[in-house]
Design a protein around this ligand. Structure first.
Ligand code: AFP
Length: 322
């Protein structure tokens, strides 16, 4: 099995980007170890603080965020970072070539139940004309990502990453301490009979999503003429990993629970990196209005509607919005 750096060189990834990716992965190995220690490391449970998103922070959220921040800012490769757990971007090396957005631990509500969690990251080139402390550097569309990926801290620790030459799977090999390539150019099946949505919010969705899900639930006697299965992991990393492995549609639609916040998922830390991975694997990553990666962001913590996965099923869902 191929090691990470040769696999990246095969895709013509520049050497400085390979070094940055290896820096990010060093942090994920440490987090993977801490996650595996669970209560033994005293890191279960919540802090008394809320993050900028208004969510109570788990102790592991804070530890993972600090680890990422320190290792990236000390690396010299990075002009600034932005994190789901930080109020605004944090400046690094004034002449660093890249900026990194990350969700240090996605699926925080799964931490205390020893269930799936992961780290999501997205890399853009840093605009040379902006100062390192200018958060506007991060207002770049997903189309301009040079790398995106996640690390899933599951029964095995897996890295799923793209640099624009397909989406590849790697597994952390604890015997030599590095990630090994296990599947190159993963493809999302175009058709599926599996959907992922938080059904408890059904009454808050817009009519098109209500109608689409009702038709899936009607099964083989309904308009879709086939039965659908449902899965919900409550961690986007887990749900998207399943979609990449065997197809499916994952959606977090617009809802009316909070008028001032109609969307749940974050563009920079969740939607854009997952869109890059899904599209590079032949799937679609959309809102009901267009491609997610075409969105020109207006703030670093922006939230967005998400409908992504198997191509034909995403198109079927979008048909309800026409
Ligand atoms: P946290 O990491 O902040 O817990 O959120 C996880 C997440 O943003 C995403 O990964 C899940 O798909 C979604 O929230 C789950 O949300 P529900 O609370 O609706 O299950």
């Amino acid at each position: 099995m191929q090691r990470l750096a040769p696999a990246l060189r095969q895709d013509n990834v520049p050497l400085d980007l390979i070094s940055l990716i290896k820096t990010i992965l060093a942090a994920t190995k440490e987090i993977s170890f801490r996650v595996s220690q669970a209560d033994l490391g005293g890191l279960m449970g919540s802090t008394l603080d809320e993050n900028i998103q208004g969510e109570v922070q788990k102790k592991l959220d804070v530890v993972a965020n600090e680890l990422f921040k320190d290792i990236l800012l000390e690396s010299g490769f990075v002009k600034a970072i932005s994190s789901e757990e930080e109020d605004t971007s944090v400046a690094g090396n004034a002449v660093g070539k890249y900026i990194v957005s990350f969700d240090p631990l996605d699926g925080s509500s799964n931490i205390d139940i020893n269930s799936l969690i992961g780290t999501i990251f997205s890399i853009h080139e840093a605009p040379e004309h902006m100062d390192a402390d200018n958060p506007d550097m991060f207002k770049q569309s997903g189309n301009r990502q040079v790398c995106a990926g996640y690390v899933l801290y599951g029964p095995s620790t897996m890295l799923v990453m793209t640099t624009g030459s397909g989406t590849h799977f790697y597994v952390l090999d604890r015997t030599h301490g590095g990630y090994l390539l296990v599947q190159r150019s993963v493809r999302v099946p175009e058709d599926t009979q599996e959907f992922a949505i938080n059904m408890s919010n059904q009454r808050f969705w817009q009519a098109p999503m209500q109608n689409y899900i009702n038709d899936l639930l009607a099964g083989d006697t309904g308009p879709r003429g086939k039965n659908f299965n449902m899965r919900w992991i409550a961690a986007m990393v887990g749900d998207i990993h399943r979609v990449l492995c065997r197809g499916g549609i994952f959606t977090y639609p617009k809802d009316s629970r909070k008028a001032e916040q109609p969307y749940k998922l974050r563009l920079m830390y969740e939607a854009n990196p997952m869109s890059f991975l899904i599209e590079q694997a032949g799937g679609l990553a959309m809102t009901s209005q267009g491609r997610i990666m075409d969105i020109e962001p207006d703030s670093i913590h922006q939230r967005v509607e998400v409908i992504m996965g198997s191509k034909n099923e995403v198109e079927a869902c979008l048909g309800y919005y026409k």
